[in-house]
Design a protein around this ligand. Structure first.
Ligand SMILES: [Zn+2]
Ligand SMILES: [Zn+2]
Length: 194
């Protein structure tokens, strides 16, 4: 594991939702219990306990949880059952998107939680990474893309060589011995035919 402290991203999302209460136009801060209920609802559960007790439920330390949390109908159902929570039914889609942001690891540059963040390097979904939010990713003096990686893969500029290649693809622009042999025989053949 890359991270020494295991973060419970569902707790982080509940805290994020409470911090964003104002953005929702809530008259008061969402209570912790309600925030946890809404996060569980985003995963399709009626209560946090039900989510915790489900052996097939989400792994709370997974950095990629945001992809699984978008059950707007369940959020509506839970809002309907909540007493005195400062949120409205029609806010369910906005609540879902705030929860998806809150489930994301903090941007390593600025600490923002955004569902649009990118992992650094060519990381397979499910694996841990350092994450960068969209606005920090635009910093051309810090981050860039490798010419041979998929175009959505983000790298630190420090990790790219002067040809703009990542460690994995380093040297791919240099010709190998084999390529040079091939080229030589190609030229010989062309000359023969000519
Ligand atoms: Zn950032
Ligand atoms: Zn590459």
């Amino acid at each position: 594991m890359r991270h020494e402290i295991e973060i419970d991203y569902t707790k982080q999302a509940a805290d994020h939702l409470r911090n964003e209460s104002k953005r929702l136009g809530a008259s008061s801060e969402i209570k912790s219990g309600h925030a946890h209920m809404l996060v569980a609802a985003a995963f399709g559960y009626s209560t946090r306990k039900a989510m915790q007790d489900d052996p097939k439920g989400p792994y709370f330390h997974d950095q990629w949880l945001g992809n699984e949390a978008g059950d707007i109908e369940k959020i509506k159902e839970v809002i309907g059952r909540m007493n005195g929570a400062p949120v409205q039914l029609d806010q369910a889609p906005l609540i879902a998107s705030i929860i998806q942001d809150g489930l994301m690891p903090a941007c390593i540059e600025c600490g923002t939680h955004s569902s649009q963040s990118s992992p650094l390097g060519d990381v397979k979904p499910g694996n841990d990474a350092d994450w960068v939010c969209p606005s920090c990713a635009k910093d051309k003096f810090q981050f860039g893309r490798c010419r041979f990686c998929d175009s959505d893969v983000l790298h630190r500029l420090d990790d790219l060589d002067d040809q703009g290649l990542c460690k994995e693809h380093k040297g791919e622009l240099d010709y190998s011995e084999e390529d040079l042999d091939d080229m030589e025989s190609y030229i010989e053949n062309v000359q023969k035919d000519g």
